[in-house]
Design a protein around this ligand. Structure first.
Ligand code: GRF
Length: 218
């Protein structure tokens, strides 16, 4: 099967970007990253791209008179490289129409909470502040809202009353690094179908009491 051509959008650390790179390297993901776009020239994600000979582009939003123009530019750079799926990996902006329309149901994001609970910034401290006993992460397709698109995979972790934002973030992040490459793998195998708000996963059926990860990770 042909390798899936990925584009990545990041603003910061890029550990999820690294997890995708590692999965490709380990051959558990049949893909190639064609381009990383950052909106922050100091993003540590840039060094990860360099180290892996991945093309990287810094797009400065201040160079554009509107947000739509900024996203038009991003869409055109991905399109020019025949990118098939765009991965948001800690990208700190709401995606606008030009990019959404260029990649319908072909944009993914990971969020550090079990959506629709705790969308937006600091999903982990929202969870500890609320006092929930279970949180986790969600991979979803991106729509025009704030973490509102169709859910692909969710994975759960326990939350202790002693958890801080940092301890819970660390626990969730370990799971993010497994779940995100898994979601991209399912996409690359053509197994995801979006029906309204629901994402159907071919070859996967829910079992009773199998509630921790959906679908089970390898
Ligand atoms: C992750 O917690 C992700 O869920 C959220 O932003 C953070 C990005 O971390 N969307 P990194 O840049 O991938 O290390």
């Amino acid at each position: 099967m042909e390798r899936l051509k990925l584009g990545v959008l990041a603003s910061g650390r890029g550990s999820n970007f690294q997890a995708i790179i590692d999965a490709i390297e380990a051959k558990t993901l049949n893909a190639t990253v064609k381009l990383l776009i950052v909106d922050n020239s100091d993003a540590p994600a840039i060094a990860r791209a360099r180290k892996n000979s991945i093309e990287c582009l810094y797009v400065d939003h201040r160079q554009f008179s509107t947000k739509d123009d900024f996203f038009e530019k991003i869409a055109s750079e991905f399109t020019a490289r025949n990118v098939q799926l765009v991965i948001l990996a800690g990208f700190m902006r709401i995606v606008r129409k030009p990019l959404l329309e260029a990649f319908p149901n072909r944009l993914m994001n990971i969020h550090p909470a079990l959506l629709p609970s705790f969308p937006g910034l600091h999903g982990q401290s929202q969870a500890t502040d609320y006092g929930v006993k279970i949180s986790g992460c969600t991979v979803h397709f991106v729509d025009g809202g704030m973490d509102t698109g169709p859910v692909i995979i969710q994975a759960a972790v326990p939350v202790s009353p002693d958890d801080t934002e940092d301890t819970l973030s660390e626990r969730i992040l370990k799971l993010e690094h497994k779940v995100y490459p898994e979601a991209v793998r399912l996409y690359s195998e053509g197994r995801l179908k979006v029906v309204g708000r629901r994402v159907l996963i071919e070859g996967y059926a829910v079992q009773d009491e199998q509630y921790i990860v959906n679908p089970p990770l390898r």
